[in-house]
Design a protein around this ligand. Structure first.
Ligand code: NDP
Length: 338
């Protein structure tokens, strides 16, 4: 059983040397007396929050640090090889929390969702139809109360979450602008995902001026993925009664000390609602989300771009690549295609 191990806690900016590949023996049946399920992992998801689990956390968090010397874990798509759970049987396909390894024994099966619809690519359950898709849905539809014609701005817009937020907003008839870190990503936003405007934030010396240029009437909804200077610039451009879904702040995750935010006072005069959220608090809405999104995918109204690498040995580099924007679209690792 090939595994990706966390060698030691990450300090500073991460690179793949903090992880190593290891091989152990795992029985292809659940051992006597064992509970849960035995999984064959097919696709693994690289997600930005994982870096926080690779550090020794000094403050309480909604997730715990990984244990050095053990396989890291995250979201993935897998096939059940053996089950002692009444909810799953051999051959079922699932998505949810699993190990970064070829095979995993999962005792807490409440974090696994059965996959019923296989007319779509299975890897989509690491992204569009899994945790990041739910994040886009909850953050935009449930928290931001969007209305037709509103002005929506999304940062890290071409990523796993952002590309879907933008398409949801377009389907609702909003004016949608996104920022991303390369020309290729900006082209995707405008030509593939149907954003009205997009810009490369790395080429904009003055983010406030850029936002005024692309969103001259201001921002009703900001879907926050990056934090830092972008948030400060957005605060200067919010409209009265605007909403900000604070989904993530990836620009801050690898800093020793987070940057200060200076323009929060604008929340008052503009009566802006700014709300953080954790997607796993909202998984009871998963069926509602699927009912909304599956028809759109099948009718071609929603498309999805993935950045797929092959093999567990490619996983460490793919994961750390998120923090320099190397991924174009949802970062997926193929462990096995069947
Ligand atoms: P992405 O697929 O968007 O990948 C991360 C992207 O972030 C990179 O490709 C890069 O894009 C951008 N980025 C990396 N470093 C920086 C930086 N220093 N400054 C600005 N941008 C940077 O990731 P996801 O779509 O999976 O996640 C997006 C956000 O959503 C993250 O902040 C994540 O933590 C958060 N999240 C929150 C959840 C919740 O429950 N609250 C659940 C899931 C995700 P570019 O080239 O455009 O810079």
């Amino acid at each position: 059983n090939k595994q990706v191990i966390l060698k030691e806690y990450v300090s500073g900016f991460p690179d793949e040397s903090y992880m190593s590949l290891n091989t152990t023996i795992l029985p292809l049946k659940l051992p006597e007396g064992s509970s849960g399920v035995l999984l064959k992992n097919l696709y693994l998801s690289c997600d930005p929050y994982m870096i926080n689990r690779m550090r020794k956390l000094n403050t309480p968090s909604y997730v715990e640090s990984f244990e050095p010397g053990t396989p890291i874990n995250g979201y993935g798509v897998a096939k059940i090889l053996d089950s002692r759970s009444p909810n799953f049987k051999e051959g079922d396909l699932v998505w949810g929390r699993t190990g970064w390894e070829e095979y995993s024994i999962i005792k807490a099966t409440e974090s696994l969702f059965k996959i019923h619809d296989t007319d779509v690519p299975l890897s989509y359950y690491t992204g569009l139809l899994g945790m990041p898709g739910m994040t886009a849905y909850v953050g935009f539809h449930e928290l931001c109360s969007p209305k037709q014609g509103e002005h929506v701005f999304i940062s890290a817009a071409s990523g796993a979450v952002g590309q879907l937020v933008g398409q949801f907003a377009k389907l609702l008839g909003c004016h949608v602008v996104g920022s991303a870190g390369s020309k290729e990503k900006v082209d995707l936003l405008k030509n593939k995902f149907g954003f009205d405007e997009a810009f490369n934030y790395k080429e904009e010396p003055d983010l406030d001026a850029a936002l005024k240029r692309y969103l001259p009437e201001g921002i009703d909804i900001y879907f926050e993925n990056v934090g830092g200077k972008m948030l400060d610039a957005v605060l200067l451009n919010m409209r009265v009664h605007g909403r900000i879904a604070v989904c993530g702040m990836i620009s801050q995750y690898n800093l020793e000390k987070p940057e200060g935010v200076h323009n929060l006072m604008h929340l008052i005069s503009k009566r802006v609602r700014m709300q953080g959220f954790i997607v796993s608090d909202h998984y009871h809405l998963y069926t509602k989300f699927l009912e909304l999104i599956l028809p759109h995918i099948k009718q071609g109204n929603i498309v999805y771009v993935e950045d797929v690498v092959e093999g567990l040995e490619s996983a460490p580099a793919a994961l750390v690549g998120l923090y320099s924007g190397r991924n174009v679209g949802k970062q997926v690792v193929v462990v096995s295609r069947e």
